[in-house]
Design a protein around this ligand. Structure first.
Ligand SMILES: NC(=O)C1=CN([C@@H]2O[C@H](COP(=O)(O)OP(=O)(O)OC[C@H]3O[C@@H](n4cnc5c(N)ncnc54)[C@H](OP(=O)(O)O)[C@@H]3O)[C@@H](O)[C@H]2O)C=CC1
Ligand SMILES: O=C(O)C1=N[C@H](C(=O)O)C[C@H](O)C1
Length: 245
C-alpha cells in the first residue's frame, strides 16, 4: 500500500483526488489537508499530491522534500526559475523525487504532444486557453507548457519568427508572448478547462482542441504519478514522461 497525503483536499480537484486515492486498491489516504490545517499530518505519507494555489505550492513542496516525502504536483504557476529552485532542494535531499505536471489529463497530454509534433510544419501557431472564472493564474499552466514545447520544436526546425504585421494594438489584444508564441486566455462561467492550438500555413490550418468535461478526468494521471514517482529520480516535469508516447 502506498501511503498518500493530499494538499488542497477540499478544493475542486483535491476532492476528486481524495475519492480516487480512497478507491485505489494499492493506496491508503493517510492525510487530507486544506488551508489552515497543520501540515505535519503529512508526515505519515510517502507521497503527497498537491492541488492548492500557485502562491503556496513552493512552501508545500519545500516541506515535502525536507521531510522525505515525494511530491506529485498539479498546482500551476511554475516557470524555469521555480523549477530550478525545486531541483536545488532535491539535490540537497537525495532519495526524494518530485513530479510536477501542468495537466494530468491523458487527452490534454496528447494534445500538447501533437502540438509539439505539428509545430515544425507551420508558419504560425497561436494558443487559446479557456477556463472557469475562478482560476487564479493566467495563462494556464497547460498553455504555458504547450507554448514552450511549440517554441522548442520551431527552434529545432530553424523556423523564422511568426509573421505578424501588427504595428498598433490595445495592450493585451494579441495575448501574452510565451517564448515567442501568443497565448490568449478566456475566463467564462460554465467552462471547466479547454484549449485550442491553432496552426497555420500556406492556405490551410489545423486546430487541435482539448476539452475537460469533469475534474475526475485528472485522477488516472495523478494515480499513475503516485505509483511511479518513487522510481523517477530527481525532478520530472510533465506526465508525458510516464506514458509511452
Ligand atoms: N495539473 C492538472 O492536471 C491540474 C491543475 N490544476 C491546478 O491545481 C490548482 C488547484 O486548482 P483547483 O482545485 O481548481 O483550486 P481550488 O481553489 O478549488 O482548490 C485549492 C484548495 O487548496 C486549498 N489551499 C490553499 N492554500 C492551501 C495550503 N497552504 N495548504 C493546503 N490547502 C490549501 C484551498 O483552500 P481555500 O480555498 O480556503 O484557499 C482550496 O481548498 C490550480 O493551480 C490549478 O491550475 C487544476 C486542474 C488540473
Ligand atoms: O485551474 C484549472 O482548472 C486548471 N489548471 C491547469 C492549468 O492551468 O493548465 C490544468 C487545467 O487546465 C485545469
Amino acid at each position: 500500500m502506498i501511503r498518500v497525503g493530499v494538499l488542497g483536499a477540499k478544493g475542486r480537484v483535491g476532492v476528486e483526488v481524495c475519492k480516487a486515492v480512497h478507491a485505489a486498491d494499492d493506496m491508503e489516504l493517510v492525510a487530507a489537508i486544506d488551508a489552515g490545517d497543520p501540515i505535519d499530518a503529512l508526515s505519515a505519507a510517502e507521497v503527497v499530491v498537491d492541488f492548492t494555489h500557485p502562491d503556496v505550492v513552493m512552501d508545500n513542496l519545500k516541506w515535502c522534500v525536507e521531510h522525505g516525502v515525494h511530491p506529485v504536483v498539479g498546482t500551476t504557476g511554475f516557470d524555469g526559475s521555480r523549477l530550478d529552485t525545486v531541483r536545488g532542494w532535491l539535490a540537497d535531499n537525495p532519495g526524494v523525487n518530485a513530479l510536477i505536471a501542468p495537466n494530468f489529463g491523458i487527452a490534454a497530454v496528447l494534445m500538447m504532444h501533437f502540438a509539439q509534433q505539428a509545430a515544425r510544419f507551420f508558419e504560425s501557431v497561436e494558443i487559446i486557453e479557456l477556463h472557469h472564472p475562478n482560476k487564479a493564474d493566467a495563462p494556464s499552466g497547460t498553455a504555458r507548457r504547450t507554448a514552450e514545447l511549440v517554441a522548442e520544436s520551431r527552434r529545432k526546425a530553424g523556423l523564422a519568427p511568426m509573421p505578424d504585421a501588427t504595428t498598433s494594438e490595445l495592450p493585451g489584444a494579441r495575448g501574452a508572448d510565451v517564448d515567442g508564441v501568443r497565448v490568449h486566455g478566456i475566463r467564462l462561467a460554465g467552462l471547466i478547462a479547454h484549449q485550442e492550438v491553432l496552426l497555420g500555413g500556406d492556405g490551410e490550418t489545423l486546430t487541435l482542441r482539448h476539452d475537460t468535461m469533469n475534474r475526475s478526468s485528472f485522477t488516472p494521471g495523478v494515480l499513475l504519478g503516485v505509483r511511479r514517482v518513487r522510481d523517477l529520480p530527481g525532478l520530472t516535469v510533465g506526465l508525458e514522461h510516464l506514458l509511452d508516447l
